[in-house]
Ligand binder design. Structure first.
Ligand code: ATP
Length: 267
């Protein structure tokens, strides 16, 4: 996993991201293949901007998919949170923005992920508004300098698209907007399936049926992950409670564990 502000290649794979197929395809074309096949992109004269802004409700995979992009491209991943740009480097926020982009260049190919971009919204007349303004202006300058940061790709994320400064959305900046919505019943199944790889789920468990249940209506990906973890926790405790009595009991997560977990988790 990645620590705030530090770069590394994340260990999230495409298969760990359930659903979001159109977005995966867009990222593959605009970023992943571009990093992997630079000669070919040059040969075909492809010159597309690739600054993405993902928006939508929390917990639906924005951060996860950005990490998967970096993994698929073999690129470093730098995770920056909008509010920290304003508070962490008090006094020299502009310099902080410059430093972030410089660091991204030195570890290219690199995905620079700006979370909570909405923190950089001008609140006119409020104290601290000028800091936002300075950071925002510096960010715009850096985003416009795309020519000299080849192989640094910027992805932003927000839950509040309506307050994003319009200047950030121009082509060449965060010009490609993508709505990451709550998963459909079908996507809920894909998200649950994605965790089969990391958890001992009994082969009898019908994840399709669980994903389509009314009880999972309005669940985000994060809620589904919580459901999965709760079911695993219940199964594990049961296993540990009874291990002495029935040492040969199968060590798996079963349908009834999901039923118990569903009673506890709500969106
Ligand atoms: P926020 O707006 O709160 O930052 P986010 O959209 O960035 O939310 P993530 O951090 O990507 O949400 O998701 C949180 C967790 O929920 C992930 O680590 C993962 O466990 C689970 N999750 C969310 N969406 C998906 C998905 N599409 N496939 C698989 N797991 C998912």
């Amino acid at each position: 996993s990645t620590r705030e502000g530090f770069s590394a290649i994340p260990n999230v794979k495409w298969q760990d991201v359930g659903g979001l197929d159109p977005l995966k395809q867009a990222f593959d074309r605009y970023i992943v293949r571009r990093i992997k096949y630079p000669e070919e992109y040059k040969e075909f004269g492809v010159d597309l901007e690739a600054g993405f802004l993902l928006f939508g409700p929390p917990g639906c995979g924005k951060t996860l998919i950005a990490k998967a992009v970096a993994n698929a491209a073999g690129a470093n991943f730098i995770h920056i949170k909008g509010p920290e740009l304003l508070t962490k480097y008090v006094g020299d926020s502009e310099q902080a923005v410059r430093t972030i982009f410089r660091r991204a260049k030195t570890c290219a190919p690199c995905i620079l992920f700006f979370d909570e971009v909405d923190a950089l919204t001008k609140q006119r007349g409020t104290e601290g508004g000028w800091v936002v303004e300075k950071v925002l202006n510096q960010l715009l300058i850096e985003l416009d300098g795309a020519d000299d940061r080849r192989n640094v790709f910027v992805i932003g994320a927000t839950n509040r698209i309506e307050v994003i400064d319009r200047a950030l959305l121009r082509p060449g900046r965060f010009g490609i907007l993508h709505y990451v919505r709550l998963p459909s019943p079908e996507e809920r199944c894909r998200i649950l399936e994605a965790s089969r790889r990391s958890k001992p789920i009994d082969s009898d468990v019908d994840l399709e049926a669980i994903g389509r249940m009314q009880a999972c209506e309005n669940f985000s990906g994060a809620d589904l992950a919580a459901l999965m973890n709760e079911a695993a926790m219940i199964a594990l405790q049961e296993q540990l409670d009874t291990a002495g009595n029935s040492p040969n009991a199968p060590r798996t997560i079963k349908t009834r564990h999901f039923e118990l977990a569903l009673a506890k988790i709500s969106p």
